[in-house]
Write a protein that binds this ligand. Structure first.
Ligand code: THU
Length: 141
């Protein structure tokens, strides 16, 4: 059972730790594992730009680096600095993050919750957001 409200709250909590001096666009993510653990992530920017890590990948890499590989859902919030909770736009995961999700998550079952607020969100499966995904299956893995 996914507690969507709690997962979105955790994403907002993670958003507070973002490091975004270049874009001032603040993203938070909360990744739920099958054992009920929640891994939080924020975006972490860099003066050289390309080393920037999105919030979603921060959450995934934290989880995988601690031995987790079974994922249920991720909640994502993102907006320009200064926008109040509930007043921003939906922040959909970038294509690179979708590809990272596809490495570890089932396309039909993994849920992506894109939230403006705890009671205002879109929900899609990974497969809906990454149709015709190229995955390890293409490489017989
Ligand atoms: N960003 C994320 O953290 N996740 C996304 O899915 C979209 C983009 C970050 C990267 C960069 O720090 C800032 O938002 C602007 O692109």
């Amino acid at each position: 059972m996914i507690n969507r409200k709690l997962l979105i709250e955790k994403a907002f909590e993670a958003q507070k730790f973002c490091y975004t001096p270049y874009s001032n666009f603040n993203v938070g993510a909360a990744l739920l594992t099958a054992d009920g653990t929640v891994y939080q992530g924020c975006n972490i920017e860099n003066a050289a730009f390309t080393p920037t890590n999105c919030a979603e990948r921060t959450a995934f890499f934290k989880a995988v680096s601690e031995g987790q590989k079974d994922f249920v859902a991720i909640a994502i919030v993102g907006n320009k600095a200064g926008v109040k909770q509930g007043e921003g736009d939906y922040c959909a995961p970038c294509a690179v993050c979708r590809q990272v999700m596809a490495e570890f998550c089932d396309l039909d079952n993994f849920k992506i919750i894109i939230a403006k607020d705890t009671d205002d969100y879109l929900e899609h499966t990974l497969g809906e957001l990454l149709p015709l995904a190229f995955t390890g299956k293409n490489l017989d893995k």
